[in-house]
Design a protein. Structure first.
Length: 313
């Protein structure tokens, strides 16, 4: 069956004209004449039976239909470009995976292990972009997502299935300098002492400290107070620079703990309400390469399930 798709050149011209809202600047970008771009847009509008631009005193502007179409076409052209670059790079061999990932987990847990995956699949390229919240796979060019969330959040992510990789245990950590006061002598402190220290907050988990203090049966009126940071990587940096105590997943600060930039402020870990998942579109035709990556990732997660050993100072 013949596909009802406009010529690619008309779509490329439309994409450029839509981004600039100018036929002249689109022509300059594409090394065409302004009249050539105008003809291509006219051909596309005739094909669709829809007006994509309207004339203004200063040139052209997208119509509502044109703006909606442009959002979709831009994504499709970007995906075609990525696929083309992959094909050029691999000469028909290997392949690629496009992952969306929560940033700190990607940089601190996944990246150190990707060399092992590359050894098993040397012709495969793994592309990673950061996403912190659920999205529609139908509107994004991702094969899978590495996501941190509660079981309820994963269940409510429409059109997906999830593979649980690991649980998340959190523990209070801080710079060694915060434990150097005469009363602390550089050693981990009791939960009640943590309540008196400056607390660093993770903005997407506003109740994290409240839950930790409740588990220790400690009254902490300031549990929700203190500066808020969106990413765990920023939270770890703030803690290592002595700005306060952070409640961190142990696996995300293993390097700082090993180097002594961070220490466990109170040896009372709490099993967090969130887990780490590999989320994929809910469809039967999962790619063999994605299945291989999924199996490899689960094996890596199981190997790292034991929390890193920390030695109190």
């Amino acid at each position: 069956m013949r596909r009802k798709i406009p010529p690619l050149q008309t779509l490329v011209c439309f994409d450029a004209a839509a981004r600039h809202e100018s036929y002249t600047r689109a022509a300059q970008e594409l090394a065409l004449t302004q009249s050539a771009v105008s003809r291509q847009i006219g051909t596309l509008e005739a094909f669709l039976g829809v007006a994509l631009f309207r004339r203004t005193r200063h040139g052209v502007a997208l119509t509502a239909s044109g703006a909606a179409y442009a959002r979709q076409i831009t994504k499709r052209l970007e995906a075609m470009e990525r696929d083309t670059l992959d094909a050029m790079a691999h000469q028909g061999e290997g392949g690629s995976l496009s992952l969306a990932a929560v940033p700190t987990f990607a940089t601190r847990w996944l990246m150190p292990r990707l060399k092992g995956f590359a050894a098993l699949q040397p012709d495969v390229v793994v592309h990673i972009e950061t996403r912190t919240r659920p999205f529609l796979f139908a509107d994004a060019e991702f094969d899978a997502a590495l996501y941190a969330g509660t079981p309820a959040q994963v269940e409510n992510w429409a059109g997906t299935r999830a593979l649980m990789l690991m649980h998340e245990d959190v523990v209070p950590v801080c710079s060694p300098s915060l434990l150097q006061s005469p009363g602390r002598k550089g050693k981990p402190v009791a939960p009640a002492a943590i309540a008196q220290m400056p607390l660093l907050q993770q903005s997407t988990r506003p109740d994290g400290w409240r839950q930790w203090f409740d588990a220790q049966q400690i009254d902490a009126p300031n549990a929700r107070g203190g500066p808020r940071y969106e990413l765990f990587s920023i939270l770890a940096a703030a803690a290592s620079h002595g700005l306060g105590v952070a409640l961190m997943p142990t696996m995300l600060v293993a390097d700082e703990l090993a180097r002594g930039e961070l220490v466990v402020a109170c040896a009372r870990p709490l099993s967090g309400e969130r887990n780490y998942y590999l989320v994929t579109p809910e469809r039967a035709d999962q790619r063999p390469l994605l299945k291989f990556f999924s199996d490899w990732l689960l094996a890596e997660a199981q190997r790292s399930a034991a929390p890193p050993k920390t030695v109190p100072i």
